[in-house]
Design a protein around this ligand. Sequence first.
Ligand code: C2O
Ligand code: CU
Length: 486
Amino acid sequence: VALLCTVCAGAGVWIWNSQTVDTTDAVDFTRPLAVPPLAPSRLEGGRRVFDLRAQAGTHDFGRGTTPTWGFNGDVLGPTLRATRGEQVVVNVTNGLDQTTTVHWHGMHLPPEMDGGPHQLVAPGRTWSPAWKIEQPAASLWYHPHLHGETAKHVYQGLAGMFIVDDPATSVAALPHEYGVDDIPVIVQDRKFDAKGKLDDAPGIFSGVGVLGDTIAVNGTVGPYLEVKTQRVRLRLLNGSNARVYDFGFADGRQFDLVGTDGGLLEAAHRTDRLMLSPGERAEIVVTVKAGERTVLRSYPPDLGTGVFGRFTGGADSFDVLQLRASGTLSASPEVPQRLVATPRLDRADAAQQREFKFSGHSINSRQMDMTRVDFAPEQDTTEVWRVVNNDGQPHNFHVHDVQFQVLTVSGAAPPPRLSGWKDTVYLHPDETYELIMRFTDYADADTPYMFHCHVLFHEDAGMMGQFVVVPPGGRPGVIDHGSHLA
Ligand code: C2O
Ligand code: CU
């Protein structure tokens, strides 16, 4: 009898979990989209200095008063913005009652400034990483990376955007007035309990951790954006713990994909759909007509035909953001066809090839070990990494320090959305992704960078590893945990 009950209960949970979420045409867009403020900065001794303070607060998601965490505010954080060539310092103060870290996702910087699981910031302490911005114009982001706790800290609200400017790799004709025609769009799914508290309990069969039934954009539920120009640039960030989105417009309109994780594309790509897995970014330009309204949606993403697809959000659809065009619009230039020349990395230059097999909560059958260095690329070398998801459930792959190019997807040339600089790539079950990257500097045998699945539940469960960049002929040393702030 006990067995029967267990089976019945299991089946009940199975059915409950397999209910699809569909909020299309059900969201009333009654709240203006919050736009994160640009973080103030000051110049000190030639360095641009920012202050970020992680703190607890409360936020209105339309469910009453929800306890949250944020940077310099109740939820999310300000947008940091700096220009290539600048030296930056960020004073990160931990005003929480527990240790955290802040990682600069997509940033090329020395490993001890990276904010990964070794750069702990204890409650009440301030950590002040400093580095020189040395990469193309791009939409990067920042978030905690405390091993085993990343999912929780991000879900509570700790995340923000970091825009890198670089006149040499930007395009003046693209909309670029922050908060006017150039808008960060941080998309996060959330679930709430009866009291309006954030609920991060993973669905029993979801396999990927929490999947929410409510979409918040920049922390706003049911958001609309007043558009006053003919064209608007949306800097989309999938800041969700696990959910994959397939963005498009409810009226089927096309838009221009102009940038991906690490910068602008060589050529604008006209499309009507764009898939983003957790951690990925894309810059799109949307054209509107005076007075019209259109809704940015997420359609059911193709997560594979395996049984897991359905339980990982593969059947869900959402209304995300309504665009409301004013009665009169200021003119915007056409989106240029050619954007930014991007030199292709060449397979013939690769000094090393590595294989990564994603399965269970492991990469190459190994789980994260804070004391183990998995491999050590040499500075000033190019490598090709072959990444395969053998698991039947969706994963993605993120690597710190570098931006990579996708050489092939299961032997074929990558689609346009994977043609530019990337630091995170969705791994469709049973496809093989060949990535090429170059390790240009910051050799440090003692401080590792991370590579991992950016489904945060998987990352916390151990689907992560560490590498150090060594000088030519060098060997990995003993890991410096940087625990002085712990
Ligand atoms: Cu967005 Cu290793 O992280
Ligand atoms: Cu994963």
